[in-house]
Design a protein around this ligand. Structure first.
Ligand SMILES: [Zn+2]
Length: 463
């Protein structure tokens, strides 16, 4: 090899070593997108059921796509909708994987009670034609934004932060006379007193392209007598974020473990929802301001599935007493007869499916997701016990089958209140296909499933 040629190759070898490749420079890539998904006037608002006569503020589907230097991929889809079941989430996630090759999808529902639910394509029990068309159009829009976000993916740096925030209060109070839990404002009960933020900044412009934020509270500040569709407080939070960071930033709200927390003041006015949302948006901006970079250039997504056993069926004697007492109430008798069929067949009520995920960036940041309406104690437990510098936790993700209380609440039996009571109290969970809440002991199953995803605590944290 001639001397100039050697110099030529040496020059390029040194250049290759010194100049970081595009990948090494921007190991993490992200893209985000959104579409409005407001149902047409006349659709059925859930929950409570009422037909919409207009729109107070629009609903959105938003997504954040992440891809690391090792081509791990994840898309987080955040919907301004009340909930979606396992059938829908399984189908949607499979469709996203098939059409885009994205390995992991997390679908979070904001749980706004002035929105609508989403069902699986063509299999929804929606009687109304308009709602059914909206349902399938929404599924198409979700696929569109995921494709768009992937296409837009660019080198980013990520940062995570937290700021104090309180949208609501614990909603479980104990009646001192009879020990029964009832719904109210429990100012001393546990809540999640913060908002967690993950921000993706464009490596090119240095400006944020997306901010994902999570807090835990039922979006129920909009009154249930309002027939206007609304995202409730998360809608106003997004507006506040846009005012400060610009309209192009995708502001994704994810609902945390808000099963036992109600937005405050409960079911009052759209103006109150607006105010609480704006305050939450301001807290998000503070959290972004205080956020710190995530240095890890790769991430891991892990998943585990557990089954949560349901509360045992009532003894035959209790069933007979109840059948006598409820004999004139058609709905209750229908449910009691289903229970009797199960008692007579010697079968147990079905368990609840518990799919948990962890998205982990070295030991710096971990997102834990759970389905269902989880009590806030689970989020507090994750934050305290996860072997990571920072955490973010979602409930209402990738499936839904009602409330999951902690053992202390489930142990109250019939006195457990709307979210946790069993027969002879007609709490919300007795009306499900499980005929009651989960059994005492489910708390350990959930915690074991989540901690099985984490690295062992003893290992030294990665840099
Ligand atoms: Zn709820």
């Amino acid at each position: 090899m001639k001397r100039p040629q050697i110099l030529f190759y040496a020059f390029f070898t040194i250049l290759a070593i010194c100049l970081p490749s595009a990948r090494a420079e921007g190991g993490m890539r992200a893209g985000a997108a959104e579409r409005e998904i407001t149902p047409p006037v006349g659709h059925q608002i859930q929950h409570y059921f009422r037909l919409s006569v207009g729109v107070n503020d629009p609903l959105f589907a938003r997504c954040l796509y992440l891809e690391d230097a090792e081509k791990n991929s994840l898309v987080i889809v955040c919907l301004d909708l009340i909930f979606g079941g396992f059938e829908l989430c399984d189908e949607l996630r499979a469709e996203i994987r098939k059409q885009t090759g994205i390995e992991n999808t997390l679908v979070n529902f904001s749980h706004s009670h002035s929105s609508a639910s989403l069902g699986a394509r063509g299999k929804t029990k929606i009687s109304n034609d308009t709602d059914s068309k909206w349902n399938d159009a929404t599924l198409n829009k979700i696929l569109t934004i995921v494709k768009e976000a992937k296409k837009r993916a660019e080198p980013v740096s990520l940062r995570a932060g937290r700021a104090p925030a309180q949208v609501g209060f614990n909603r479980r109070l104990v009646n001192k006379d009879n020990g029964h839990v009832y719904m109210g404002v429990n100012r001393k009960g546990p809540i999640v007193p913060w908002v967690n933020v993950l921000c993706a900044d464009s490596a090119k412009s240095g400006k944020p392209i997306a901010g994902l934020y999570e807090t835990a509270a039922h979006p129920v500040i909009v009154p249930d007598r309002s027939k206007l569709t609304s995202a409730d407080f998360p809608g106003a939070a997004a507006k506040r974020i846009h005012e400060a960071l610009g309209k192009d930033v995708i502001a994704l709200f994810a609902q945390g473990c808000g099963g036992n927390i109600n937005g405050f003041p409960l079911r009052t006015t759209h103006a109150n929802a607006e105010k609480q949302g704006r305050d939450l948006g301001s807290a998000v901006l503070k959290a972004i301001e205080k956020s710190e970079p995530i240095k890890a250039e790769t991430f891991t997504v892990k998943y585990a599935r557990a089954a949560l056993p349901s509360h045992a069926l009532p003894a035959k004697k209790l069933w007979q007493e109840m059948a006598h007492r409820e004999r004139d109430r058609e709905g209750r008798m229908e449910q009691l007869n289903k229970i009797l069929a199960l008692i007579d067949s010697g079968k147990e009520p079905p368990p609840r499916r518990m799919d948990v995920y962890a998205v982990m960036f070295a030991r710096e940041w971990c997102l834990v997701t759970m389905p269902h309406e989880m009590f806030c104690q689970y989020e507090l437990w994750v934050d305290k016990n996860a072997p990571f510098k920072r955490t973010m936790t979602f409930g209402y993700t990738n499936g839904y089958e009602g409330y999951i209380a902690v053992d202390a609440a489930l142990g109250l039996g019939e006195k457990g209140g709307y979210e946790a009571a069993c027969l002879p109290n007609w709490g919300g969970q007795v009306w499900t296909r499980h005929f009651g809440p989960p059994a005492v002991g489910c708390e350990k199953i959930i915690k074991d499933a989540i901690s099985s995803l984490w690295p062992k605590k003893a290992a030294s944290p990665k840099k």
